[in-house]
Write a protein of this length. Structure first.
Length: 202
């Protein structure tokens, strides 16, 4: 999906960061849209991202999620975030909303007719549109079925496929311990990778 984006343009840099960071966090679309530049704390090992509020965080205590450097520069969440911040700084933006609206002329701005927040922050619906549009551009099977939730589910299933346990995956992505939805994602992977017939001698 990221290969379809033109990162010589502001929108391409933003959309790549939305996809990569959303996947890396296992984030809900509302959490992606709510990120501020101040929520990022870079260090030698990667970046700590502060999720200030989420669906399951009733006390609004927030949680920190560590994102390490990736092995692929194009999909590395740390380098992708740095590129996005550098692009915003070139446009005179150094604080506030991380992911912002971009008009048809490629300029940062508010939505038509003054809709949306005054700081130009994208909405959860915009995250959904970015994902659908990019999936279609990539020619993925059932691309029209992709949505804002696809990054979150994709993170969970790929993390499980990589051998990580359900508790670690759940805490990274902000699922409650024992969440039946997450357990369902795990089962989707486990029935292939840990099938009960494996090793029985058929």
């Amino acid at each position: 999906m990221v290969d379809t984006l033109d990162t010589s343009k502001l929108a391409g840099v933003r959309d790549r960061a939305v996809l990569v960071v959303g996947f890396a966090l296992g984030a809900r679309r509302s959490e992606i849209a709510a990120l501020d530049m101040e929520d990022l704390d870079f260090n030698a090992d990667g970046v700590e991202v502060f999720i200030r509020r989420s669906k399951t965080d009733k006390d609004a205590a927030g949680r920190k999620v560590h994102l390490p450097y990736g092995t692929n520069a194009v999909t590395c969440p740390v380098r992708t975030l740095r590129a996005s911040l550098a692009e915003l700084e070139e446009h005179g933006v150094t604080s506030g909303a991380l992911f912002r609206r971009i008009d048809k002329h490629g300029q940062l701005g508010r939505a038509p007719h003054g809709r949306g927040s005054a700081d130009g922050r994208i909405t959860g619906q915009a995250v959904d549109i970015i994902i659908k549009r990019t999936a279609l551009a990539a020619g993925l099977d059932a691309a029209s079925a992709y949505s804002g939730h696809s990054l979150r589910r994709g993170f969970a299933t790929e993390a499980r496929r990589a051998g990580h346990d359900q508790i670690r995956i759940g805490r990274h992505g902000g699922w409650k311990d024992g969440c039946p939805t997450l357990a369902g994602y795990m089962e989707d992977v486990d029935r292939v990778t840990s099938n009960a017939l494996t090793g029985v001698g058929l």
